[in-house]
Design a protein around this ligand. Structure first.
Ligand code: 5RP
Length: 225
C-alpha cells in the first residue's frame, strides 16, 4: 500500500465513528480517507460529511457520503485533511490544492483536526513549500507587494493563461520563504494585510498527525511542545 493510502485509510478507521459529522479535506492523501469512509457507509455506518472544496463535494457524492453545509451543522466531530508541510510542533502549510480558506474554516469549526501526511510532508522547519495566500482579485499586485515586505518571493498562481480562481472567487499568491522562522507571527502578519483573505499557515489547530515511520507503518507523530 502506498504511504498516502496507508495514512488516509488509518484516519478513517481510527477516527470516524458511527453517527459522526466529519470534515472532509481536499487532496490526494485525504482522497483515501474519503473512499474508506464511503466503504464504511456501505457497510452500515451512519456518517455525514462537510466538504472543504467543490472537488471534495464531487468525490464524497461519488462515494455515497451524505453532505451537509457548514451552517447546517451544530459541530463537526472530526475533520481530516492533508498538508503540504507539517513540523514537529504540528504547525502546517496547507493550500497546495487551493482549498486553504474552506479547509481552515472547517478545521476551526471541528472538535478535533487530524492531518494525514506521507513521510515527505514532515519537516523540521516550514518554508520549502511555497506558502499559499488567498487574496481578493481587486488590487492584487498591490497586495502582492505588501506580502513581499515579509521577505518572500511571490508568484500569482495561474491556470493556463489566466489566474487560478479559488472556490471562493479569489486568487492565490504562492510565497517562497525557504525557511519560515516564526510561523505563528507570520500567520497573523499576513492576515493583517488588507486584500489578504487567508493564508495557508495552520497554527495551533492540528490535534493529531498520522504519518509513516521508518518501518513503513502508519503511526501517530509525536508532538514537540
Ligand atoms: O491543502 C491542501 C489543499 O488545499 C491539501 O491538503 C494539501 O495540498 C495536500 O495535498 P496532497 O494530499 O494532495 O499532497
Amino acid at each position: 500500500m502506498n504511504e498516502k493510502a496507508a495514512v488516509g485509510e488509518k484516519a478513517a478507521v481510527d477516527y470516524v465513528k458511527d453517527g459522526m459529522v466529519v470534515g472532509l479535506g481536499t487532496g490526494s492523501t485525504v482522497y483515501y480517507t474519503i473512499v474508506k469512509i464511503g466503504e464504511m457507509i456501505k457497510e452500515g455506518m451512519k456518517v455525514q460529511g462537510v466538504a472543504t472544496s467543490v472537488q471534495t463535494e464531487k468525490l464524497a457524492e461519488e462515494q455515497g457520503i451524505p453532505l451537509l453545509t457548514l451552517d447546517k451543522v451544530e459541530s463537526i466531530d472530526v475533520a481530516i485533511d492533508g498538508a503540504d508541510e507539517i513540523d514537529h510542533h504540528f504547525y502546517a502549510i496547507k493550500g497546495g490544492g487551493g482549498a486553504l480558506l474552506r479547509e481552515k474554516i472547517i478545521a476551526r469549526a471541528s472538535n478535533k483536526f487530524v492531518v494525514v501526511a506521507d513521510s515527505k510532508k514532515v519537516v523540521q522547519k516550514l518554508g520549502s513549500f511555497p506558502l499559499p495566500v488567498e487574496v481578493v482579485p481587486f488590487g492584487v499586485r498591490k497586495t502582492e507587494s505588501y506580502i513581499q515586505r515579509f521577505g518572500c518571493q511571490t508568484v500569482l498562481r495561474m491556470k493556463g493563461d489566466t489566474p487560478y480562481i479559488t472556490d471562493n472567487g479569489n486568487y492565490i499568491i504562492d510565497c517562497t520563504f525557504d525557511v519560515i522562522a516564526n510561523p505563528k507571527q507570520l500567520e497573523k502578519d499576513l492576515n493583517n494585510i488588507t486584500g489578504v483573505v487567508e493564508n495557508g499557515l495552520f497554527i495551533d489547530m492540528v490535534k493529531d498527525v498520522i504519518t509513516i515511520n521508518g518501518d513503513k507503518q502508519a503511526i501517530l507523530l509525536d508532538k514537540l511542545e
